[in-house]
Design a binder for this molecule. Structure first.
Ligand SMILES: [Zn+2]
Length: 84
């Protein structure tokens, strides 16, 4: 099962769990979480390229990510993320 990483959209209004980020084991058929299980703040899923098996890298190309309705965040350092 893949590990998905979630993070609050509004970290300043969120609990300690989602203000940074947290991981969830979920099957592909499971619905994407839209709110924090602790404080119910709106959250979004972060695509984690780390740990992807070789041969699946193409799934995370910018175009493919966009096509499937995901948002890809690029860490620019200093806690800033850029949306693609
Ligand atoms: Zn929370």
């Amino acid at each position: 099962m893949p590990i998905y990483v979630y993070q609050s959209i509004t970290p300043e209004k969120s609990c300690g769990l989602c203000a940074s980020s947290f991981e969830r084991f979920q099957s592909f058929s499971e619905a994407t979480l839209t709110e924090c299980p602790e404080c119910h703040a709106p959250i979004h899923r972060i695509i984690q390229p780390v740990g992807m098996r070789v041969g699946k890298k193409h799934l995370l190309t910018d175009d493919n990510v966009k096509k499937h309705g995901f948002t890809k965040l690029v860490n620019e350092g200093g806690g800033k993320f850029r949306k693609i």
